[in-house]
Design a protein around this ligand. Structure first.
Ligand SMILES: [Zn+2]
Length: 204
């Protein structure tokens, strides 16, 4: 579920829709939670779908650490990638604002954490634009992404968390451990789906 202080807006014919903040969202705000209403497709279920369904799923889903395709039931699926994103997936099952997001600003994400099966070409007009987003980005960049997520997590208790009630008991437990001892931090690298490697090696 996406944060209630967001809306969907049409950007242009190339980008399509995007998600925008309708109020100021400070760094440390949980902006998206992978909640129990999300559509969760196992690899077997996905493979059994007709092509038309698979194409739609490919467009709107991300792949989690178990290789499942997750399609958001709300407009979280319209959040676009930016190489200088303002929210990021965490090892805790939610996304967090890694810097202050102003009212009216587009909410953006790092697709390098989404286990993409094909490369994606992007032009996000940022000085650090990588141009190509691929699954192996998580190996290359996880340390710098962790730095941003870690800093945001330290502010969890200092900002309003409207999505707190929908965090699962498991998520809350992992966060409690982090608050007690930040060295227990769960890296974004654990979002990597290792199964893809087996497939490429012809073992699966
Ligand atoms: Zn870019």
């Amino acid at each position: 579920m996406i944060h209630p202080h967001t809306c969907i807006r049409y950007i242009d014919d190339v980008i399509g829709y995007g998600v925008f903040a309708t109020q100021f969202l400070p760094k440390g705000t949980i902006v998206y939670v992978k909640d129990e209403l999300e559509i969760d497709l196992s690899p077997e279920h996905y493979q059994s779908l007709p092509l038309t369904f698979r194409e739609t799923v490919d467009k709107y889903s991300y792949i989690d650490e178990k290789g499942h395709r997750i399609v958001s039931w709300d407009f979280a699926k319209y959040v676009n990638h930016c190489c200088n994103c303002n929210t990021m997936s965490t090892g805790y099952g939610f996304e967090i604002a890694i810097r202050d997001i102003q009212e009216g600003e587009e909410i953006t994400d790092e697709y390098g954490l989404f286990n993409m099966e094909t490369e994606m070409y992007v032009d996000c007009k940022q000085a650090n634009c990588r141009r190509r987003i691929m699954a192996s980005d998580i190996d290359t960049y996880h340390a710098q992404w962790d730095e941003k997520v870690f800093g945001a997590l330290l502010r969890l208790d200092q900002v309003e968390q409207m999505l707190w009630p929908i965090l699962s008991a498991e998520m809350q437990h992992a966060l409690a451990k982090f608050k007690q001892d930040p060295s227990q931090y769960l890296s974004v690298h654990q979002l990597k789906w290792e199964g893809a490697l087996y497939k490429w090696n012809g073992k699966g």
